[in-house]
Ligand binder design. Sequence first.
Ligand code: NI
Length: 408
Amino acid sequence: MSENSSAVIEKIRNRARELNSEIIGIRRDIHRHPELSFQEFRTTALVREYLLRQGLKIEHDFLETGVVAVLEGGGQEKSGGNMVALRADIDALPLQEENSHDFCSAEKGKMHACGHDMHTAILLGTAAVLAEIRDFLPGDVLFVFQPAEERAPGGARPLLEAGLFDHYKPSAIFALHCLPHLRAGKIALREGSLMAAADELYITVHGEGGHASAPHKAADPVLAAAHIITSLQHLVSRVASPYEPAVVSISSINGGNATNIIPGKVVMSGTLRTMNEELRALMHKRLRKNIEHIGKGMGVEAELDIVNGYPVLVNHPATTRALHQALVAYLGEDNVEECEPSMTAEDFSYYLQHCPGTFIQLGTGREEPEKGDTLHSPFFNPDESSIITGMGIMSYAAWSWLESAKCR
Ligand code: NI
């Protein structure tokens, strides 16, 4: 580690410590006032006001909610126009909180149960830390507070379509997410595929209704639906390579309402998860073929409608390796772990299709895990001591990426 790095680490640690209680307060305020996807008006106003107070520039409103702001570095050796981007998501979930702390959600049926209140507060703290050391920043930092991560098609895609990366050309983008099963104070990284592509499946089986005592005079969509559900698992076990994860889950089935009537129609829905875009395309093709052919073979018509969700999230090797090195310097080797991939999805993947970058998992778990403390649970309750870790690593990630660009 260079002398320069140690000095910057010290400055970041000190400033993060000073800001800690203020940022915890902001997190609790956001937690108390959760807003659903694309309705984050209060949160947007709060973020905007805080960033302007730190001296950041807001040049363009890309979407109705969310904020994009720039911190201009003033480092003497500022390398020509280099920029790094940091992203947080700001929306909440349609869920009733069941915690009993004194900053529970004041909005019925809405809760920050995925930690986006943590992400937002941490990135605000990061802006304040970096604003303090802006004279040492050898480049600019783009802050992206993105709306609507929780509801497909998400906020990242419209933000990109509105020209985010036409206006700004960061050389890397970083984001973090709460990880309740990792202890606070630790973070986890993974190079390559980290999260899955998630596609929604809607299947309709059109048969011909009739008397349940005379199935030979009807075309039974219920029996065909049963065969379809069972056969789809062969795509996972016989089409996907054993080395490539894939999940097909049919999670709803509706049809019929009497013991003695064969219904005319059955509708089902489910999800497809894959970790590889080629396999994803192949699975789409084979799902369609399978469903149609089983229907035909059983004298009914079966159709599949696929709604594409977020793509596979792939952490770039160069940014992930650089980040690993930087965060080991900041947190110590014991606190930087390698994480397992997960079949959940994240729209941070869209940014990574245009810009190298890495999604970081931030440990928010307690020594004694609390019951139900998982993401999307009404009892989700992250350890707030992870906030200072979050501010520190995001600040140091930004500085060290810009600093290393001088030698790239
Ligand atoms: Ni989330």
